[in-house]
Design a protein around this ligand. Structure first.
Ligand code: ZN
Length: 321
C-alpha cells in the first residue's frame, strides 16, 4: 500500500479527479485544495468539485477516519491546504475544512504571512502569535501540523508548540541538495522528536535532478533522501509525499504568472519535473521501482512497509479525530 501524503490536481474547475486513478487501488492520497493564492471561497469550491467527482466514481472513497483507509478495491482520498490563507483569518474555519476532509495544513507557503515565515524569506522570525494559535487549533481539531514550505525557524517553532506529532508532508534534505525548500537536520530531528514523519518528494529541483529525461535519476535521488533520513532520524519517521502535479504545464505557467509566490529558486533549472506514480511504483519500462531501489539500499520488507504507508498511518491514528 502507498500512503501519498501530497499530490496536486490543478486548482481549476477543469480538474479531473479521475486522473488520480493513475495511483493503484488501495492507495491513500492527500490532494491539495489551495495554497497562498486561494481564499476560503476558492478552496470550498475546489472541495465541492473534488468531493462530487469522487463520490460519483466507485474507484474512490472519501476518508473520514483512518480506519476508512486501505481497502484494496478503492483509492482513499483526503485533502490538504498549503498555506493558512484559505482560512480567511478565522481559525474556526479549521473545523469547517476538517468536516470537508482536509486533514493537513501548512501555515506558510514560501513567503511570510499572518502565521509565520516561509522558506524563501530572507528574514526568518518564525511563527507569529497567530501562528501559535493556529497550531493549537490544528491540535484541537485533529489536523496535521505541516512544516513543508515554512522557514527553518517556523518549522522548529511548529515542533516546539504542537501538542501532537507534526509532519513535513513533502520535504527533502538540505544536507543532500542545498535548496531553501529542503529542511535542515535540526528541523528533521525536531519533527521526529514530536513523533512525526517527513514525506520525501519527487520534484526535480528539490532533488538536484531536474533534467526532463532524468526520471531514473530522480527516483534514485528520492531513495537516497529516504536512506539519509532514516539514518538521521530513524525508520519510524520517514514516508512519501511525492508532490506529483497532474498538470505540470499548468503549474509551470503559474510559477511564471505568480512571481510573488516563487523565486529563482524555482525557475533556475528550467520547467519543474516530477516523479509520476508509474515511475514510483515500477510501472515504467526501464526504471526500477522505488521499492527495488530501497531494497538495494538495505531496507527489509517490514521497513519498506513503514516507509510506504505504516509511518503516516501511525501519525494519522494519533492526530486525526
Ligand atoms: Zn508544495
Amino acid at each position: 500500500m502507498l500512503w501519498e501524503q501530497h499530490c496536486c490536481l490543478p486548482l481549476l474547475p477543469t480538474a479531473r479527479v479521475a486522473d488520480l486513478a493513475r495511483y493503484p487501488l488501495g492507495s491513500y492520497l492527500s490532494v491539495n485544495v489551495g495554497y497562498s493564492g486561494e481564499t476560503k471561497a476558492d478552496s470550498l469550491a475546489l472541495l465541492r468539485l473534488f468531493r462530487e467527482q469522487a463520490a460519483a466514481d466507485p474507484r474512490f472513497r472519501l476518508v473520514d477516519r483512518v480506519s476508512d483507509i486501505g481497502a484494496p478495491e478503492v483509492i482513499s482520498l483526503a485533502f490538504d491546504l498549503e498555506d493558512s490563507a484559505p482560512l480567511d483569518g478565522d481559525l474556526d474555519n479549521v473545523a469547517l475544512f476538517y468536516e470537508l476532509g482536509v486533514r493537513s495544513l501548512l501555515p506558510t507557503y514560501n513567503h511570510a504571512n499572518a502565521a509565520g515565515c516561509g522558506c524563501l524569506d530572507t528574514v526568518d522570525t518564525g511563527l507569529t502569535a497567530y501562528g501559535k494559535d493556529l497550531v493549537r487549533k490544528l491540535n484541537e481539531v485533529g489536523m496535521f501540523v505541516d512544516g513543508s514550505h515554512c522557514s527553518r525557524r517556523t518549522g522548529l517553532d511548529l515542533a516546539t508548540h504542537t501538542a501532537a506529532p507534526m509532519i513535513y508532508s513533502h520535504s527533502n534534505f538540505a544536507a543532500l541538495w542545498a535548496h531553501p525548500r529542503n529542511i535542515t537536520a535540526d528541523q528533521a530531528r525536531a519533527c521526529a522528536a514530536t513523533g512525526g514523519v517527513i514525506g520525501i518528494n519527487g520534484v526535480g529541483i528539490f532533488l538536484g535532478e531536474n533534467a526532463p529525461e532524468a526520471r531514473a535519476e530522480r527516483l534514485a535521488a528520492m531513495a537516497d533522501h529516504i536512506r539519509y533520513g532514516v539514518d538521521l532520524v530513524g525508520i519510524d519517521h520517514i514516508g512519501i509525499g511525492s508532490d506529483y502535479s497532474f498538470d505540470g504545464d499548468q503549474f509551470n505557467a503559474e510559477i511564471h504568472e505568480n512571481p510573488a509566490a516563487f523565486s529563482a529558486d524555482y525557475t533556475a533549472w528550467g520547467p519543474l519535473q516530477w516523479t509520476p506514480p508509474e515511475d514510483l511504483l515500477g510501472e515504467t519500462p526501464g526504471i526500477p521501482s522505488l521499492d527495488d531501489l530501497l531494497t538495494d539500499r538495505g531496507f527489509t520488507p517490514t521497513e519498506r512497509a513503514a516507509l510506504f504507508s505504516g509511518n503516516f498511518t501511525r501519525v494519522a491514528t494519533q492526530v486525526w479525530r
